[in-house]
Design a protein around this ligand. Structure first.
Ligand code: NAP
Length: 304
């Protein structure tokens, strides 16, 4: 995969719109993932569902970790291959212990080779805060995934050299912090949560060198993230931007292709991104402090 050194925010913002379809790399059909177990959050819709289809085409066994059981089971009926559903509500971390029990039952002594943290929301709808009192977009996009990863790690559900793929959004450059108590607009809360995903992934890479950690910007898929599918603007954008299948390509490349580097950030049109030194994602002190906050929440709300 090509790599791009980023010099200006202008070039990045341009990359979100310019020639999305023709510049997004497609994942080759091989190598296959035969015998591998892939767990993916939010695999019942949008980019996640297209990723599940791509994984099944490559013969992986897939565990779809999603909140909406009825929707997931309906979708699974349309899929060919080995897929299991395990209920996961990232927005309420008190429920994740039960998810882990269900996951253990499905795994039945086997382990997860690839964990894809794909689920994400960009608006709070009726929820302002999670049941534990944290800003809701942060709770789903970052905290829930942290708890899921930590519990999988602590229970030994990941292979010793598992791959963790964290799906972010390059829009994160529009924010400069991530905290559990943000009280502003949905758009800024979303950008901040994606700063959180970047910091989380860099810290995960530093603290758990046994795992291969990759960060993915999937590209812009206008129908995702609760977009109004009837809106004229969304219909127009979707003719110019990516389909969910296009949005799945970068995650599939990271999950299957050789020479994917651990700790690196992959972008649908820019390839491996070499970030400028002053990029918010590279603030090492901030990402360490952020991980510490996640751990404090984990200890306070979840340890028994
Ligand atoms: N679409 C874009 O243009 C774009 C751009 C950059 C980055 N991304 C990132 O790509 C990822 C996928 O986006 P998408 O466009 O495919 O989104 P989407 O179509 O809106 O799908 C979101 C998925 O997240 C799941 N989800 C939502 N809340 C959840 C919760 N509380 N617990 C568990 N799962 C939950 C949903 O499943 P349920 O309905 O079952 O809850 C659904 O499967 C996100 O991380 C997003 O930030 C998207």
């Amino acid at each position: 995969m090509k790599s791009t050194e980023i010099k200006s925010k202008f070039k990045r913002r341009l990359s979100w719109g310019w020639k999305q379809k023709s510049r997004t790399q497609s994942c080759p059909a091989k190598p296959l993932l035969t015998g591998k177990i892939v767990a993916i959050t939010g695999g019942n819709e949008g980019i996640g569902l297209a990723t599940v289809r791509g994984l099944l085409q490559r013969e992986a066994e897939v565990i779809m970790l999603s909140r909406n059981q009825q929707k997931s089971e309906k979708v699974i009926e349309t899929l060919e291959g080995s897929v299991h559903f395990v209920k996961l509500d990232l927005g309420d971390i008190s429920t994740i212990e039960k998810t882990i029990e269900d996951l253990e039952n499905v795994l039945n002594g086997r382990k997860i080779d690839i964990l894809i943290n794909n689920a994400g929301i960009a608006s709070r709808n009726s929820h302002r805060v999670s049941p534990q009192g944290y800003e809701f977009i942060f709770a789903v996009n970052v905290l829930g995934h942290h708890v899921l990863f930590k519990k999988c790690h602590e229970k030994g559900l990941l292979t010793s050299n598992a791959q963790i793929i964290a799906v972010t959004g390059d829009l994160y450059i529009e924010a400069n912090d991530c905290t559990p108590d943000y009280d502003g607009s949905d758009m800024q809360a979303y950008a901040r949560s994606k700063v959180g995903v970047m910091w989380w992934a860099y810290e995960c890479h530093r603290l758990f060198p046994e795992y291969k950690v990759n960060i993915v910007h999937p590209g812009v898929v206008p129908f995702g993230l609760n977009a109004n599918k009837e809106s004229f603007a969304i219909k127009l954008m979707s003719s110019l931007m990516l389909s969910p299948e296009g949005g799945a390509q970068t995650t599939l490349i990271c999950a299957t292709q050789p020479n994917i580097e651990t700790g690196a950030y992959y972008h649908n049109t820019l390839g491996k991104v070499i970030l400028p030194e002053d990029d918010v994602a590279l603030k090492a002190d901030a990402s360490k402090a952020f991980w510490h906050i996640l751990e404090e929440i984990y200890d306070k709300d979840l340890r028994v």
